[in-house]
Design a protein around this ligand. Structure first.
Ligand SMILES: Nc1ncnc2c1ncn2[C@@H]1O[C@H](COP(=O)(O)OP(=O)(O)OP(=O)(O)O)[C@@H](O)[C@H]1O
Ligand SMILES: CC(=O)N[C@H]1[C@@H]2OC[C@@H](O2)[C@@H](O)[C@@H]1O[C@H](C)C(=O)O
Length: 383
């Protein structure tokens, strides 16, 4: 039997709401125990620095460059992650020596796989030194370097979760973060996956600009507004939605297209929120014809599962399939991505594949990630 590892995963997603932290026990195949999880929220000034780094990264041609504000943001990201780990261990009375590895995603500041460029800021070595725990980081780089999409990475973890669940297949696991992505699981083969389009990013940006709020709390504004169906149809005409998987997106990929096609800035706040929520639901539903079969079960995770207006619109568009929030099937919607990076770190240590031809478009299943030990010593992957 394979050894079980205690791993912590850290994810700072595209919506920049904070650092998700979660602990699991796994051998890299099955999950034997789900530990605690937490969100370490970013303060407004921290979000501002992250946004500045994303803006500054537009012109980067080398993923290792850290000019100006990007370097500043990276130091902050590393320090905040180290603080988040310490706080998490303290809060749950976990001895750092009992943790085998940390899976560290970092913050994506640039993702242009077509140019073989993806950049996640966060210094894995410094995090290992700060916490005294081995760290696996830079999990997207190898995939992108050989021509893969570098995202999504979570599907192999979704497969592990679905294998523990009794639901009619095919099952689609939908993650609605800043961007939305789906994993399709039918038989025992490799998972299928792709990004579907915008997640919460359009709604969040609109609420920030128009209502001074970071999101449409519980879908309240969207529930009161009227959907502009013409705007939804115009947005769906973008060629991305007709592309076959694998395909992945930058968080801001649709910002201008939606602004032009949907003209939400001219709408009342409620109507704009309703229309953007409908656009998000419609672009997710548009992936169904691109999948090998229509899923019978959808399980929704990520922050979007907490928006009841979005969930209602998804149910309408995905019917007759069942649409359940991840929490309703016993998973922790908010913790799945962080758990996934814990799982991916263990797979990386064991040299198991983390991406597949059907998830990122690589030629053959491949592993990824860089393992570093505390005190600056790079170690061989010999687990
Ligand atoms: N109660 C709520 N009401 C409305 N929206 C919510 C609620 N809770 C979370 N969200 C949405 O979920 C978002 C956060 O989602 P999540 O943490 O899954 O994103 P992420 O992990 O940062 O992104 P990604 O998966 O793209 O990297 C928030 O920005 C918000 O839009
Ligand atoms: C490049 C990057 O950071 N992509 C994120 C983003 O946020 C959601 C979607 O776009 C997904 O492709 C990915 O994250 C998840 C965790 C993944 O790789 O599975």
């Amino acid at each position: 039997m394979l050894r079980t590892y205690r791993a912590i995963g850290l994810m700072s997603g595209t919506s920049m709401d904070g650092i998700d932290v979660a602990a699991i026990e796994t051998d890299g195949e099955t999950v034997s125990r789900f530990g605690p999880s937490a969100l370490h929220p970013y303060a407004e000034n921290e979000v501002a620095l992250l946004r500045a780094a994303v803006d500054a990264a537009v012109g980067l041609t080398d993923r290792k460059q850290r000019p100006g504000v990007i370097g500043q943001a990276e130091r902050m990201v590393t320090a905040l992650h180290a603080g988040a780990v310490r706080g998490f261990l303290d809060a749950h009375g976990i001895d750092p020596a009992s943790i085998d590895v940390i899976g560290f995603h970092g913050q994506t500041i640039l993702h242009r796989p077509e140019a073989r460029l993806t950049a996640q800021i966060g210094d894995g070595q410094a995090l290992a030194d700060e916490t005294g725990i081995p760290v696996v980081y830079d999990l997207r780089a190898e995939d992108v370097a050989v021509g893969g999409q570098g995202a999504p990475l979570v599907p192999v973890y979704h497969r592990a979760l679905v294998n523990m669940l009794d639901r009619p297949r095919p099952v689609a696991v939908l993650n609605i973060g800043g961007v939305a992505n789906v994993t399709f699981i039918d038989g025992a083969g490799d998972p299928w996956a792709c990004d579907t389009g915008p997640g919460n990013a359009l709604i969040d940006d609109f609420m920030r600009a128009r209502a001074g709020a970071s999101r449409d709390e519980n879908g309240g504004a969207g529930a009161r507004g009227k959907v502009d169906d013409g705007a939804v149809a115009r947005v769906l005409a973008h060629p991305f939605f007709a592309l076959k998987p694998p395909k992945s997106l930058d968080r801001n990929a649709f910002r201008e297209w939606v602004a032009e096609q949907a003209a939400v800035s001219e709408m009342k706040v409620e109507d704009g929120a309703a229309t953007l929520t409908a656009i998000t639901a419609a672009t997710i539903a548009a992936v169904v014809p691109q999948l090998p079969k229509a899923p019978r079960t959808w399980i929704v995770c990520g922050g979007g599962a907490s928006n009841p207006t979005l969930m209602r619109m998804l149910r309408e568009r995905l019917s007759p399939a069942s649409v359940e929030a991840a929490d309703a099937v016993g998973w922790s919607a908010d913790a799945i991505e962080a758990q996934a990076f814990a799982y991916l770190a263990v797979r990386s240590m064991r040299g198991l594949p983390i991406t597949f031809p059907t998830t990122t478009g690589v030629a053959a299943p491949m592993t990824g990630g860089v393992l570093v030990e505390p005190r600056g010593r790079k170690v061989k992957k010999s687990f």
